[in-house]
Design a protein around this ligand. Structure first.
Ligand SMILES: [Zn+2]
Ligand SMILES: [Zn+2]
Length: 329
């Protein structure tokens, strides 16, 4: 008998899957005050043999240390190890991101703001790693307290495209949201555990992030094209039910994927149009033309979105870039 137990952890959902006589927990759960009690109760008497973290973000892998302390190994894809080992936004990544801002064409005062935002993000990530106590809840109040992220070395590092983690339970590489993002698929049941790859309400926005283990390769991970590739691949699985990392399970899986893909295609088309009208524009100038009001306030989010669509266009052979300036072809 194959079964799933939905474990609600404030804004997050974790799932205890039983298949072929083995139990696997999908996502470690986020480490807010009280989360461990919820999890301990949920798995009492039926502990998982393995916890699979869909990716390294703190709300999905933040309790990895705690599980491993209890002798339960955690699996994470190798491309996301920099998150679990506390190296997110280390000096190298920070320097690369600073270089990215400087090359974006942003005016001086915006550059200063963006770099300050980066420093704040880094301090916040550091605090999650170092703090013993729980910080107050953030403004979005997704969780009852701030999240901790005690570093850990996953005992199972996944490197293959597909890994069978329990009988009939496959962890599949789905890079995009992060470089080492995974989904878990039970083919016989048609069940997809999607982490942040596919959510009922929102499409995750791409981020400017580095690619961990590609020596000599460009530092920046092309988040959006890979995310869309992964969506198309998942579309081909013909899943009948999706268990997302946030929110409730849903069944219109193909329609949700198609809506995501259509929205992305429309945005790519808008960026291409802007590019055709502003040949030679910088990334910043394009973003300003597309999102004049919001750009300053949500610099990183918007810059990452526009950069993501430029990446898509470049891979499709519709855009070129040289010396920080973009053109359509
Ligand atoms: Zn995430
Ligand atoms: Zn998430």
């Amino acid at each position: 008998m194959t079964s799933v137990r939905h474990i609600r952890l404030a804004y997050n959902s974790a799932y205890l899957v039983e298949a072929g006589g083995e139990r696997v927990l999908i996502d470690t759960g986020p480490d807010y005050r009280g989360a461990k009690d919820v999890l301990a109760t949920a798995v009492a008497g039926s502990p998982p043999a393995l916890v699979v973290a869909t990716h390294g973000h703190l709300d999905h892998a933040g309790l990895g240390h705690w599980w491993q302390e209890q002798g339960i190994p955690v699996a994470l894809h190798e491309e996301d190890l920099h998150y679990s080992t506390g190296h997110q936004l280390d000096d190298d990544e920070l320097r690369a991101l600073e270089g990215f801002v400087r090359g974006s064409g942003a005016p001086g005062e915006v550059e200063v703001e963006a770099l300050a935002g980066l420093a704040a993000r880094r301090a916040w990530a550091r605090q999650a790693v170092e703090t013993r106590d729980y910080r107050p809840a953030g403004r979005d109040a997704h969780w009852p307290t701030g999240l901790r992220y005690e570093p850990f070395e996953p005992r199972r590092v996944l490197v293959e495209d597909v890994t069978e983690v329990a009988p009939g339970v496959r962890a599949m590489a789905a890079p995009g949201h992060t470089p080492g993002n995974l989904v878990v698929f039970l083919e016989a049941e048609g069940w997809l555990f999607s982490g942040d790859q596919l959510l009922p309400e929102i499409a995750p926005t791409p981020a400017i992030q580095r690619f961990q283990s590609a020596p000599g390769a460009p530092w920046r991970f092309r988040s959006l094209p890979r995310f869309l590739d992964s969506l198309r691949r998942i579309r081909g699985l013909d899943a009948t039910r999706c268990y997302p990392g946030h929110g409730d399970p849903f069944e219109d899986v193909a329609a949700t994927i198609d809506a995501n893909l259509t929205q992305a295609e429309q945005r790519t088309a808008r960026v291409l149009e802007a590019l055709r009208e502003n040949s030679g524009a910088t990334l910043y100038a394009l973003a300003e033309g597309l999102y004049p009001r919001a750009l300053r306030k949500r610099f990183w989010q918007i810059i990452a979105t526009v950069q993501g669509h430029l990446d898509v266009l470049e891979e499709e052979g519709l855009a070129t870039t040289a010396e920080g300036r973009w053109g359509a072809r």
